[in-house]
Write a new protein. Structure first.
Length: 375
């Protein structure tokens, strides 16, 4: 496997800074003898440390290589030429990669020492202060060098936050997809599952009527066809655009289901459902359908009544039947548990009791907005 000088994820960026290594190499041409050889050796070591710092990001040896760079800049600035202090831009960049605030401060203090002490040393050595021209030459670059770690750290933190945000968004998308699958499964249970259960009951009835009452069997078969076509239409709507069903539409479907099962039905309520949001209508409609389907499947009832009342504070739905009631030791099956989960989305409450049959009551609060009521 071919090893690159710098990690591939950084692209061409690290190679750009190699241009600045030409300046210390140029200054070393003015030196001679052992001092020149040592200088070239330190430039080579500086290059190695620059490469290794990219590979050591986040590792313990990152600090070791950074210390090597700072030491080389310090030696060059002290014993060769003060212009070597501009090599401090290299370690200044890497100090900004420290996440820990304490370690970052230590690195910054080290950089300040490496840059400021040579100034003091040269002043004391020559016993002369820098001229205004020299100060204008050094000071602006020195200031930029010392504040650059803050900029690099801020940029890296923003990049990390963006990365975390992308990861969080991906996780949210996964959760949304998972919730959507659960919702679709629940919708299929509330539509296709209920209808298929009804068709099963009807087919069993037809088998018993075929020999004793052919005409009644023919009528039941006709109702099966109507019910199956309605189920097919519902599935198509569910799969194509997941259209939210209104309460009025669900009440019509419930009437057909109960009539097909031989259960009489009465509805009590003059509610203008246009005031209720489509989202809440879909939830309430599905819950009422679930209740009606449970009556058909489990209650052995002959009559069912549904009443819906809307006040300024809440919407109240009561579903009654004259069947055998519910066993309070374990009243909630998967269907009723799904109803509770749906109602929780709109802060709704479900209660189940017995009173000459089962009584299911749904209560959904009304949220008032800007002087008007909205559910």
């Amino acid at each position: 496997m071919k090893r690159s000088i710098f990690p591939r994820q950084y692209g061409f960026f690290p190679y750009v800074f190699l241009i600045y290594l030409g300046f210390p190499i140029y200054y070393l041409t003015t030196e001679a003898g052992v001092k020149q050889l040592i200088g070239y050796g330190m430039v080579l070591l500086f290059l190695v440390s620059y490469s290794q710092l990219y590979f050591a990001m986040g590792k313990r040896k990152f600090t070791y290589w950074l210390a090597v760079q700072l030491a080389i800049v310090f030696i060059f600035s002290m014993f060769y030429n003060l212009n070597y202090m501009f090599l401090g831009f290299f370690p200044a960049n890497f100090i900004g990669w420290y996440w820990d605030k304490t370690v970052f401060k230590r690195g910054l203090i080290s950089l300040v020492f490496v840059q400021i002490f040579p100034f003091i040393y040269h002043i004391m050595k020559t016993k002369t202060f820098f001229s205004p021209g020299e100060l204008i030459y050094f000071i602006p670059f020195l200031i930029i060098m010392l504040i650059s770690p803050f900029g690099i750290r801020s940029m890296n933190r923003r990049m990390e936050l963006e990365k975390q945000l992308d990861q969080a968004n991906q996780k949210i998308e996964e959760l949304v997809k998972r919730e959507e699958r659960v919702r679709i499964a629940r919708d299929l249970h509330d539509t296709l599952g209920h209808t298929l259960s009804l068709l099963t009951l009807k087919s069993q009835l037809i088998q018993r009527l075929t020999a004793v009452d052919p005409e009644r069997a023919r009528l039941e078969a006709k109702e099966m066809e109507v019910t199956s076509r309605a189920a097919l239409k519902q599935v198509r709507e569910l799969v194509t655009d997941m259209r939210a069903a209104t309460i009025a539409e669900e009440l019509l479907q419930i009437q057909q289901i109960l009539r097909a099962a031989g259960i009489t039905y009465r509805y009590d309520g003059e509610v203008d459902f246009s005031r209720i949001s489509p989202f809440t209508q879909n939830i309430v409609g599905m819950c009422v359908r679930e209740a009606a389907t449970n009556i058909v499947k489990h209650s052995r009832a002959t009559h069912c009544s549904i009443s819906i009342k809307l006040t300024s504070e809440k919407m109240n739905i009561v579903v009654r039947d004259d069947g055998m009631g519910v066993t309070m030791a374990k009243p909630f099956g998967n269907g009723l548990r799904g109803m509770e989960e749906r109602l929780a989305l709109v802060d709704g409450v479900l209660t189940l009791s017995n009173n000459n049959g089962a009584v299911l009551e749904l209560t959904v609060p009304i949220i008032k907005k800007a002087g008007s009521a909205a559910i």
